[in-house]
Design a protein around this ligand. Structure first.
Ligand SMILES: [Fe+2]
Length: 352
């Protein structure tokens, strides 16, 4: 039994209210950590045994696949998390990952071993990182630098690939809450309140490559990426405000109507009843369905003794029917499964 069970997802299209388990608002979740699912001792033992196997075979962390890291007794537990990510609220939180029990190298192997059961570990940037350290490296959040090496507040956005995973190895002295918003709940709000904005959101925007392109690439994507898509009759979201707005610096016009649509979208996302906030504690492993949910984090403050550090994975889930464009296609199109399958052109010719 694999973790990535095949689930049949309800088919939906544009212009209709969405009514399924992916639609939620803050009041749907109780306060506290009701969503945390602790690893049990038998699972920790199994992870330890699987870790010994990959070490014996000398497999690099990024190259580990599910079959290399057998977790037979843990799979029903992981499959429950996968169900929540794929057809439930779009997120799951595993707690009690033994971050203090391992050396840094073994921790990365064990983390990738568990993560590999949810998808293929994917390159995340041109700097060559598969296991990305989200921590303050003194870099300002700017057109040339992405937010993961700053302490800045990050606005809601989507990343690349199906699933984004964060493992917390230490927390900030203050702040750094992870926040999530349901994209389908957002879609419903826009449809109800301001459907006149949906056309431009469906048409989408160019995105700035933010120095992630290859030599000779243009500074912005030559095509628009829809904010909301219904590819293969499944909801898909791809939004990143700064990389849309930075395009103006490259001569791309964003009309007043488009700006009004984006401002309105942000105003809905920022409503407190749309968001849940999650404090990531040491040993927490957060899974987010990147095509369903927006994520952000609050500003944080480190001290000399206490520094926030997360290890991030992007997982490509070939088992999932959900597939559409996003950050992977802007920054690393040669590695994006969506682009390799023909991208938006293939979808539009299939629809003709
Ligand atoms: Fe992100």
């Amino acid at each position: 039994m694999p973790v990535q069970e095949q689930h049949s997802l309800p088919k939906i299209g544009p212009g209709q209210p969405i009514d399924d388990a992916t639609v939620w608002k803050a009041p749907d979740f109780p306060e506290g950590r009701a969503w945390a699912r602790p690893l049990e001792p038998v699972m920790l033992d199994e992870i330890e045994a699987a870790l010994r196997q990959v070490k014996k075979r000398d497999i690099a962390a990024k190259d580990i696949r599910a079959a290399d890291f057998p977790l037979d007794k843990t799979i029903p537990f992981l499959a429950g998390l996968y169900r929540d990510i794929e057809c439930g609220p779009g997120f799951a939180l595993l707690s009690g990952f033994p971050v203090d029990a391992y050396s840094e190298e073994d921790l990365r192997l064990a983390y990738c071993g568990v993560g590999a059961h949810f998808g293929t570990i994917t390159l995340q940037n041109r700097e060559g990182e598969y296991i990305l350290e989200v921590m303050d490296k003194g870099k300002a959040y700017s057109q040339q630098s992405r937010g993961y090496h700053s302490t800045a507040h990050l606005d809601f956005h989507n990343d690349g690939t199906n699933t984004v995973v964060l493992l917390c190895t230490s927390t900030a002295a203050e702040g750094g809450l992870s926040r999530l918003v349901s994209g389908t709940a957002l879609y419903n709000e826009i449809l109800r309140e301001h459907p006149e904005y949906l056309d431009v959101l469906h048409r989408g925007f160019h995105h700035h490559l933010r120095d992630q392109g290859k030599a000779g690439d243009a500074a912005v994507t030559p095509y628009r990426t829809p904010v909301f898509g219904f590819f293969h009759s499944l909801f898909h979201m791809a939004y990143a405000g700064p990389s849309i707005l930075y395009c103006e610096n490259e001569g791309i016009e964003i009309t007043d109507h488009e700006k009004a649509a984006l401002d309105y979208l942000v105003s809905v996302v920022e409503r407190p009843d749309m968001q849940i906030s999650m404090e990531l504690r040491k040993g927490d492993m957060q899974f987010v369905n990147n095509y369903l949910l927006l994520h952000s984090r609050t500003e944080y403050r480190d001290t000399a003794e206490q520094q926030r550090r997360l290890l991030r994975l992007w997982l490509d889930d070939e088992n999932s029917a959900r597939l559409g464009p996003g950050k992977m296609d802007w920054y690393l199109p040669e590695l994006s499964r969506f682009t390799q399958l023909g991208g938006l052109d293939a979808l539009s010719s299939a629809a003709e």
